[in-house]
Design a protein around this ligand. Sequence first.
Ligand SMILES: [Zn+2]
Length: 317
Amino acid sequence: MKLKISAIFLLMFFISSCGEQEPEGGNWYDALPRESWSNYEFIDTNQDWFEVYKLTDNTYAIYEPNQWQEAISYLLIGSEKAMLVDTLQGIGDLKAVTDQLTDLPIIVMNTHSHYDHVSSNFQYDTIYGLNKPYTINNAKGKTNAEIDGGMTPETIWKNLPRTFSFDLYESKPFEIDHFVENGEIIDLGDREIEVIYIPGHTPDSVILVDRKNRMMATGDSFYPAPIYVYSDTSSFQDFFISAQTMFGFTDDVDFLLPGHNETMQPASYLNELRRATMAIINPTTPFIQGTGTRTYEFDGFSLIVKDPLDFGIRQGD
Ligand SMILES: [Zn+2]
């Protein structure tokens, strides 16, 4: 079954590539499908835009493989409630997918409020979030102009729902029903999720720690690809401290659930991330110079930070 799925994707990739002239350096989707997803049980739903995988008995990944962000949501199922970690980009009907996976009431908890993580929040009744000015502002939604180039035909590979319109695309507003405190434990019934504040990528980033099932949702604070810590609202100073905070959970989790590209990464990356942030503050560590950025490459991921480095400068949120 797994082999068959991979073969179909390879065929589609071949067909897709044949008719188009590839830009120099290839297409963003040349890396797809990513081999690691074939390790998990594929769950068929009636929503072709998403790919759903069962990671454990009570944990699903909902992946958007056909848009360059390759965003991933997670559905964590307890005995009484479920938590939907992030809601992707508002393409396709995410609620129709989660309705097929559980009948339990769903709490949405975002790892941070970037539009590629919150844009189907509006479909759900119960949203938890941080009481931060950054979050409150993002909850107002983003217009097509504000997203500016983030959603164009070039960012889509295939399977775009027929009802989708690039011109009308926007990130719809949502209301936060409950403000979560740092360290708060959300009880799903026989499954407790701990919310830990880890600013850096954004002023409102969190990790979600499930000690019993030994997993941690990391959002965009760790995934196995270039990690962005250079935007106006990012802070490497904060990210440095947060990497130490994340490392503190090394003995409590076996794997990480990242917000993009690939799932189920080993918890050993927590140590690698901490070491990476320490390497970055060492002025002798080599980096790739960009315009206003530095890219530091490590084994399995890279970190893009501001140039000059914003370290030793305390930023407000
Ligand atoms: Zn983000």
